[in-house]
Design a protein around this ligand. Structure first.
Ligand SMILES: *[C@@H]1O[C@H](CO)[C@@H](O)[C@H](O)[C@H]1NC(C)=O
Ligand SMILES: [Ca+2]
Length: 223
Protein backbone atom coordinates (compact mmCIF):
# COMPACT_ATOMS: atom_id res chain seq x y z
CA UNK A 1 0.00 0.00 0.00
CA UNK A 2 1.35 3.46 -0.76
CA UNK A 3 1.89 5.85 2.12
CA UNK A 4 -1.08 8.09 1.46
CA UNK A 5 -3.48 5.16 1.25
CA UNK A 6 -2.04 3.72 4.44
CA UNK A 7 -2.64 7.02 6.24
CA UNK A 8 -6.18 7.28 4.91
CA UNK A 9 -6.97 3.77 6.17
CA UNK A 10 -5.43 4.53 9.59
CA UNK A 11 -7.57 7.66 9.85
CA UNK A 12 -10.70 5.73 8.91
CA UNK A 13 -10.12 2.79 11.25
CA UNK A 14 -8.93 4.88 14.21
CA UNK A 15 -11.22 7.86 14.69
CA UNK A 16 -9.92 10.16 17.42
CA UNK A 17 -11.87 12.33 19.78
CA UNK A 18 -10.30 14.65 22.33
CA UNK A 19 -12.59 15.95 25.02
CA UNK A 20 -12.82 17.36 28.47
CA UNK A 21 -16.13 16.43 30.03
CA UNK A 22 -18.16 15.55 33.06
CA UNK A 23 -18.86 11.84 32.59
CA UNK A 24 -20.96 11.48 35.73
CA UNK A 25 -23.62 8.83 35.07
CA UNK A 26 -21.80 7.61 31.98
CA UNK A 27 -19.38 4.84 31.03
CA UNK A 28 -16.87 4.08 28.33
CA UNK A 29 -18.10 1.00 26.48
CA UNK A 30 -15.34 -1.14 24.94
CA UNK A 31 -17.65 -3.22 22.76
CA UNK A 32 -15.22 -5.58 21.02
CA UNK A 33 -11.88 -7.28 21.49
CA UNK A 34 -9.06 -5.55 19.59
CA UNK A 35 -5.44 -4.52 19.90
CA UNK A 36 -6.22 -0.91 19.01
CA UNK A 37 -9.38 0.46 20.66
CA UNK A 38 -8.53 2.45 23.79
CA UNK A 39 -8.93 5.66 25.79
CA UNK A 40 -6.01 7.84 26.87
CA UNK A 41 -6.50 9.75 30.11
CA UNK A 42 -4.62 13.00 30.31
CA UNK A 43 -3.31 14.39 33.58
CA UNK A 44 -0.74 17.00 34.47
CA UNK A 45 1.19 14.87 36.91
CA UNK A 46 4.61 16.50 37.14
CA UNK A 47 5.98 15.09 40.39
CA UNK A 48 6.64 11.41 41.18
CA UNK A 49 3.93 9.78 43.29
CA UNK A 50 4.68 8.59 46.82
CA UNK A 51 1.05 7.79 47.65
CA UNK A 52 -2.02 7.22 45.53
CA UNK A 53 -5.52 5.78 45.42
CA UNK A 54 -7.32 4.74 42.25
CA UNK A 55 -11.03 3.82 42.11
CA UNK A 56 -13.22 2.73 39.22
CA UNK A 57 -16.31 0.73 38.37
CA UNK A 58 -16.10 -2.03 35.79
CA UNK A 59 -18.51 -4.50 34.25
CA UNK A 60 -17.13 -7.22 32.02
CA UNK A 61 -18.04 -10.80 31.20
CA UNK A 62 -14.49 -11.70 30.15
CA UNK A 63 -13.22 -14.72 32.04
CA UNK A 64 -9.65 -14.34 30.69
CA UNK A 65 -7.18 -11.86 32.20
CA UNK A 66 -7.21 -8.19 31.20
CA UNK A 67 -5.83 -4.77 32.00
CA UNK A 68 -8.06 -2.39 33.96
CA UNK A 69 -5.66 0.57 34.18
CA UNK A 70 -2.29 0.84 32.44
CA UNK A 71 0.12 3.64 33.50
CA UNK A 72 3.55 3.69 31.88
CA UNK A 73 6.28 6.28 32.02
CA UNK A 74 9.03 6.82 29.48
CA UNK A 75 11.27 3.75 29.43
CA UNK A 76 9.36 1.96 32.23
CA UNK A 77 6.75 -0.69 31.51
CA UNK A 78 4.14 -1.56 34.18
CA UNK A 79 5.05 1.46 36.31
CA UNK A 80 1.50 1.32 37.73
CA UNK A 81 -0.78 -1.37 36.37
CA UNK A 82 -4.07 -2.81 37.62
CA UNK A 83 -4.60 -6.22 36.12
CA UNK A 84 -7.50 -8.63 36.55
CA UNK A 85 -5.91 -12.09 36.46
CA UNK A 86 -9.14 -14.06 36.63
CA UNK A 87 -12.47 -14.04 38.44
CA UNK A 88 -11.79 -12.93 42.03
CA UNK A 89 -8.10 -12.16 41.52
CA UNK A 90 -6.65 -8.66 41.10
CA UNK A 91 -3.00 -7.66 40.66
CA UNK A 92 -1.25 -4.36 41.23
CA UNK A 93 2.11 -3.68 39.61
CA UNK A 94 4.34 -0.88 40.89
CA UNK A 95 7.67 -0.38 39.15
CA UNK A 96 7.09 -3.69 37.29
CA UNK A 97 6.74 -5.64 40.58
CA UNK A 98 3.48 -7.43 41.30
CA UNK A 99 1.21 -8.25 44.22
CA UNK A 100 -2.09 -10.10 44.01
CA UNK A 101 -5.21 -10.06 46.17
CA UNK A 102 -8.24 -12.33 46.12
CA UNK A 103 -11.93 -11.86 46.73
CA UNK A 104 -15.05 -13.98 46.45
CA UNK A 105 -16.81 -12.58 43.40
CA UNK A 106 -19.94 -13.28 41.44
CA UNK A 107 -19.50 -13.62 37.71
CA UNK A 108 -20.45 -11.74 35.70
CA UNK A 109 -21.26 -8.82 37.99
CA UNK A 110 -20.39 -5.12 38.11
CA UNK A 111 -17.65 -4.27 40.60
CA UNK A 112 -16.42 -1.13 42.28
CA UNK A 113 -12.67 -1.46 42.69
CA UNK A 114 -10.11 0.69 44.54
CA UNK A 115 -6.42 0.22 45.13
CA UNK A 116 -4.04 2.39 47.10
CA UNK A 117 -0.31 2.31 47.70
CA UNK A 118 1.93 4.10 50.19
CA UNK A 119 5.65 4.34 49.45
CA UNK A 120 6.84 4.70 53.07
CA UNK A 121 5.38 1.30 54.05
CA UNK A 122 4.99 -0.25 50.60
CA UNK A 123 1.48 -1.32 51.65
CA UNK A 124 -1.06 -1.88 48.88
CA UNK A 125 -4.72 -1.94 49.87
CA UNK A 126 -7.38 -3.41 47.59
CA UNK A 127 -11.09 -2.74 48.01
CA UNK A 128 -13.94 -4.43 46.12
CA UNK A 129 -17.45 -3.04 46.54
CA UNK A 130 -16.32 -1.05 49.57
CA UNK A 131 -14.82 -4.08 51.35
CA UNK A 132 -11.08 -4.47 52.03
CA UNK A 133 -9.09 -7.44 50.71
CA UNK A 134 -5.97 -8.69 52.50
CA UNK A 135 -3.24 -6.03 52.43
CA UNK A 136 0.00 -6.75 50.57
CA UNK A 137 3.30 -4.89 50.25
CA UNK A 138 5.69 -4.00 47.45
CA UNK A 139 8.31 -1.49 46.39
CA UNK A 140 8.75 0.16 49.79
CA UNK A 141 10.53 3.51 49.35
CA UNK A 142 9.87 3.66 45.58
CA UNK A 143 8.33 6.63 43.74
CA UNK A 144 5.98 6.11 40.80
CA UNK A 145 7.25 8.15 37.86
CA UNK A 146 5.53 11.31 36.60
CA UNK A 147 4.45 12.29 33.06
CA UNK A 148 2.54 9.05 32.51
CA UNK A 149 0.65 7.67 29.56
CA UNK A 150 -2.55 6.29 31.07
CA UNK A 151 -4.54 3.87 28.94
CA UNK A 152 -7.93 2.19 29.45
CA UNK A 153 -8.90 -0.76 27.26
CA UNK A 154 -5.37 -1.94 26.46
CA UNK A 155 -2.20 -2.94 28.31
CA UNK A 156 0.90 -0.94 27.32
CA UNK A 157 4.31 -2.49 26.80
CA UNK A 158 5.82 0.77 25.56
CA UNK A 159 5.12 4.42 26.37
CA UNK A 160 1.61 4.73 24.89
CA UNK A 161 1.61 1.55 22.79
CA UNK A 162 2.67 -2.08 22.56
CA UNK A 163 -0.87 -3.42 22.93
CA UNK A 164 -1.91 -7.09 22.90
CA UNK A 165 -5.53 -8.00 22.22
CA UNK A 166 -5.26 -10.97 24.63
CA UNK A 167 -4.87 -8.42 27.46
CA UNK A 168 -7.48 -5.97 26.16
CA UNK A 169 -10.59 -5.01 28.09
CA UNK A 170 -14.07 -5.71 26.73
CA UNK A 171 -16.91 -4.23 28.79
CA UNK A 172 -17.77 -0.98 30.53
CA UNK A 173 -15.74 1.34 32.79
CA UNK A 174 -17.03 4.30 34.79
CA UNK A 175 -16.56 6.47 37.89
CA UNK A 176 -12.77 6.53 37.63
CA UNK A 177 -11.01 8.76 40.16
CA UNK A 178 -7.42 9.05 41.31
CA UNK A 179 -5.87 10.81 44.30
CA UNK A 180 -2.26 11.51 45.31
CA UNK A 181 -2.98 10.23 48.83
CA UNK A 182 -4.08 7.02 50.53
CA UNK A 183 -7.81 7.16 51.21
CA UNK A 184 -9.27 6.07 54.56
CA UNK A 185 -11.93 3.35 54.74
CA UNK A 186 -14.59 6.09 55.06
CA UNK A 187 -13.31 7.89 51.97
CA UNK A 188 -13.30 4.61 49.99
CA UNK A 189 -16.92 4.12 51.05
CA UNK A 190 -17.77 7.63 49.80
CA UNK A 191 -16.26 6.79 46.42
CA UNK A 192 -18.20 3.50 46.36
CA UNK A 193 -21.39 5.44 47.12
CA UNK A 194 -20.68 7.81 44.25
CA UNK A 195 -19.49 10.77 46.36
CA UNK A 196 -15.71 10.83 45.83
CA UNK A 197 -13.94 13.47 47.91
CA UNK A 198 -11.52 15.81 46.08
CA UNK A 199 -9.93 13.51 43.49
CA UNK A 200 -6.90 15.50 42.35
CA UNK A 201 -5.16 13.37 39.70
CA UNK A 202 -8.08 12.03 37.66
CA UNK A 203 -11.69 13.13 38.04
CA UNK A 204 -14.51 11.38 36.16
CA UNK A 205 -16.56 14.56 36.58
CA UNK A 206 -13.92 16.67 34.81
CA UNK A 207 -12.08 14.18 32.65
CA UNK A 208 -9.54 15.02 29.99
CA UNK A 209 -9.46 12.10 27.57
CA UNK A 210 -8.89 10.96 24.03
CA UNK A 211 -10.79 8.08 22.46
CA UNK A 212 -8.99 6.05 19.81
CA UNK A 213 -10.96 3.50 17.81
CA UNK A 214 -14.25 1.86 18.74
CA UNK A 215 -15.05 3.12 22.24
CA UNK A 216 -18.51 4.57 22.88
CA UNK A 217 -19.89 6.68 25.74
CA UNK A 218 -23.23 5.44 27.10
CA UNK A 219 -25.29 5.94 30.27
CA UNK A 220 -24.29 3.87 33.31
CA UNK A 221 -27.26 1.52 33.76
CA UNK A 222 -25.88 -1.19 36.06
CA UNK A 223 -25.26 0.74 39.24
C1 LIG B 1 2.68 10.04 51.76
O1 LIG B 1 2.02 9.53 52.89
C2 LIG B 1 2.78 9.58 54.08
C3 LIG B 1 1.97 8.95 55.20
O2 LIG B 1 1.31 7.84 54.79
C4 LIG B 1 3.12 11.00 54.42
O3 LIG B 1 3.93 11.03 55.57
C5 LIG B 1 3.85 11.64 53.26
O4 LIG B 1 4.04 13.01 53.54
C6 LIG B 1 3.05 11.49 51.97
N1 LIG B 1 3.87 12.00 50.88
C7 LIG B 1 3.39 12.79 49.95
C8 LIG B 1 4.35 13.29 48.93
O5 LIG B 1 2.21 13.11 49.90
CA1 LIG C 1 2.97 -3.92 30.09
Amino acid sequence: MDKLLLWVSVLITLPEAFAQANLHGKVFVFPRESSTDHVSLITKLEKPLRNFTLCLRAYSDLSRYYSLFSYNVQGKDNELLVFKDKIGTYSLFIGNTRVTAKVLEQFPAPAHFCVSWESSSGIAEFWVNGKPLVKKGLKQGYSVGAHPKIILGQEQDTYGGGFDKRQSFVGEIGDLYMWDSVLSAEEILSAYQDSPINPNILNWQDLDYEIKGYVIIKPLVWH
